[in-house]
Write a protein that binds this ligand. Structure first.
Ligand code: ADP
Ligand code: MG
Ligand code: MG
Length: 255
């Protein structure tokens, strides 16, 4: 049982125009076995929250805390966070020239477990994982994300999720740019991880579409760096109808 707790989190980023606030007091708790969806309009700070949890150096925590089972995540380096069981599937996965998918996965698994995986079972696990995600075998020899289509990048993120077996996964717009078939395959992968490892999921999305396949227990709406509303799956259904109208300041009724 793992619990990720975010308390009164304020995050800024350094730009040419100075320091700008992006997250303005986020509170969120995600436990093993729970699926939380964070929804919100573009630019509301969803990816910033994901990057801050993962330890992206660009984002400065001005105040607030992030803990995993009581341990201070903000004191941990990026690799320590991964070893502690945190996993981030990025909105825009980066290319790693010269590193094949096979080598990347094996290196990551070794770093996280503290020892190399057993050769025979590992090869089988990778093969099965790729088959489950309908990935071509040739994929394993390609360089990470180099020339991958949008769908291939997202499948590769979920392959990592299934093989690295984190405690808590943050999936940042894993649904964006996927056609319905790819969305189903990717969602099945997430659901397998939920079923087999009691994974806690923080699912960041702009659209309700993926929530038909990955059922959230809780839905949080983020606007301008704050969670402005929380509820169950019915909140996502309401957003499907009404969008984010009414949440944005320009939509606020005149006093
Ligand atoms: P979302 O994922 O909800 O679309 P983001 O977290 O990507 O939102 O961005 C939130 C706001 O912070 C946006 O206005 C964005 O332009 C700004 N922002 C995020 N990262 C940076 C950065 N590295 N430099 C400057 N501005 C940034
Ligand atoms: Mg965005
Ligand atoms: Mg984003």
């Amino acid at each position: 049982m793992a619990v990720l707790e975010i308390r009164d989190l304020f995050v800024t980023v350094e730009t040419d125009e100075g320091t700008i606030p992006i997250l303005n007091g986020v509170n969120l708790t995600v436990a093993s076995g729970e699926t939380h969806a964070i929804m919100g309009p573009n630019g509301s700070g969803k990816s910033t929250l994901a990057a801050t949890i993962a330890g992206h150096p660009k984002y400065e925590v001005a105040s607030g805390t992030i803990t995993l089972d009581g341990e201070d995540v903000l004191e941990m380096g990026v690799d320590e966070r991964a070893r502690a069981g945190l996993f981030l599937a990025m909105q825009y996965p980066v290319e790693i020239p010269g590193v094949s998918v096979t080598n990347f996965l094996r290196t990551a698994k070794t770093a996280i477990d503290g020892e190399a995986p057993a050769i025979r079972t590992w090869a089988k696990d990778v093969r099965e994982g790729m088959q489950n995600l309908r990935m071509d075998e040739k994929f394993a020899q390609r360089n990470v994300n180099e020339g991958f289509s949008g769908g291939e990048k997202k499948r590769h993120e979920i392959l990592q999720l299934e093989l690295l077996k984190p405690k808590l996964a943050i999936l940042d717009e894993t649904d964006s740019g996927l056609d319905v078939d790819a969305l189903k395959v990717v969602s099945e992968g997430v659901n397998r991880a939920k079923d087999t490892t009691d994974l806690g999921v923080l699912l960041i999305t702009h659209y309700t579409r993926i929530l038909r396949y990955i059922k959230p227990d809780f839905v949080h709406v983020m606007v301008e760096g704050k969670i402005v509303e929380e509820g169950g799956p019915e909140l996502a259904e309401r957003l499907e109808e009404s969008g984010y109208e009414g949440y944005l300041p320009e939509d606020a009724p005149l006093q």
